[in-house]
Design a protein around this ligand. Structure first.
Ligand SMILES: [Zn+2]
Ligand SMILES: [Zn+2]
Length: 320
């Protein structure tokens, strides 16, 4: 099968073996796969991962190695962390499979990813896509779920003032997730055209250089840069919270004194559950402005080239 493989170099392989689902897993024919910044980081050495890339997909279940065949033939998306589910696992026992120390992660750790004609995942990871949601939009479920994860971690009570820093695709999907609460959302970024998406979603928006000197209860850092992190800290109220949504390449110094002086809480936030994200997509919300382009798999390398360009929104690879 065709697949995008990273093994010291990134390449489109035409003869990867089709995977065979082990007990409890399904064989999924991939329709679309999204390129994430994490994939690009992996090609620069992140996680030391080698294998088929990708963790954002929409596909069709073609085979199930289990007695429960209910998802056979269904169009699905899949949660990316595969927990061990053993009785003696502290995290799995608490339903924290996303933190299971024995987990594998689709296209990131010890498990081949979704940029291939076929993948396998445990059936417990798969969720059916509502009929009204297109393949392209369903491919956004994983990064959108990462936005909803914030709501699993902190309560955004009505009247709370939230600032989202960064108007890239992740920041904008976070905007959509948080807009389901009664919190007041402000979004700051560097691109008027992207901030327009946040504005159309009901947020107050500012270009970075026009940002007023205001403090917020909760600040979500979605730039992935040290300067974005410092900016987030400096716009957080005393006793407020900074949510870190992207792993930051620590290439600059940071002043953490304001974190102590203002008793700011810093919360790390990663993958989220898919159900709230799918429920949100089902409302018919238009996320198409977050998609930049769709490339056929034969142009997979061109797709990566486009995704690497700074400021690019979501690039999707189409299979079949
Ligand atoms: Zn991702
Ligand atoms: Zn476990």
């Amino acid at each position: 099968m065709k697949a995008i493989v990273f093994n010291e170099v990134l390449q489109l392989s035409l003869d990867e073996p089709r995977p065979i689902p082990p007990r409890g897993e399904a064989l999924v024919r991939v329709l679309m796969a999204g390129i994430c910044n994490t994939d690009i980081e992996i090609t620069r050495g992140y996680m030391g991962y080698r294998g088929i890339l990708g963790h954002e997909f929409t596909g069709i279940v073609e085979e199930i190695n289990d007695n429960n065949q209910s998802l056979l033939g269904k169009r699905v998306v899949g949660e990316i962390n595969c927990a061990c589910n053993r009785d003696d696992c502290e995290y799995c026992r608490q339903h924290l499979g996303r933190h299971c120390q024995n987990r594998t992660t689709l296209g990131i750790f010890n498990r081949n990813g979704c940029m291939a004609e076929y993948l396998t995942l445990p059936i417990v990871n798969l969720l059916e896509v509502p009929a009204s949601v297109s393949n392209e939009i369903a491919t956004l479920t994983e990064p959108l779920a990462a936005g909803f994860e914030i709501l699993e971690q902190i309560r955004l009570l009505p009247g709370k003032e939230v600032l989202i820093v960064g108007d890239g695709k992740l920041g904008l999907l976070i905007n959509h997730a948080l807009s389901t609460t009664a919190a007041r959302i402000t979004h700051v970024g560097k691109h008027a055209d992207k901030l327009k998406i946040a504005e159309n979603n009901g947020s107050e928006t500012y270009l970075l250089h026009q940002m007023p000197p205001k403090l917020y209860d909760i600040v979500v850092e979605a730039t992935g840069s040290m300067t974005g992190f410092q900016f987030s800290i400096s716009h957080t109220k005393p006793r407020g919270t900074v949510v870190l949504k992207s792993t930051i390449a620590a290439d600059q110094k940071i002043d953490l004194a304001p974190v102590v002086v203002n008793e700011i809480s810093i919360i790390g936030s990663r993958c989220g559950l898919f159900k709230p994200a799918l429920d949100y997509l089902k409302t018919g919300v238009d996320l198409s402005p977050i998609i930049q382009a769709v490339y056929p798999i034969d142009q997979g390398m061109e797709a990566f080239e486009a995704a690497r360009t700074k400021g690019t929104m979501k690039v999707i690879i189409r299979f079949s």
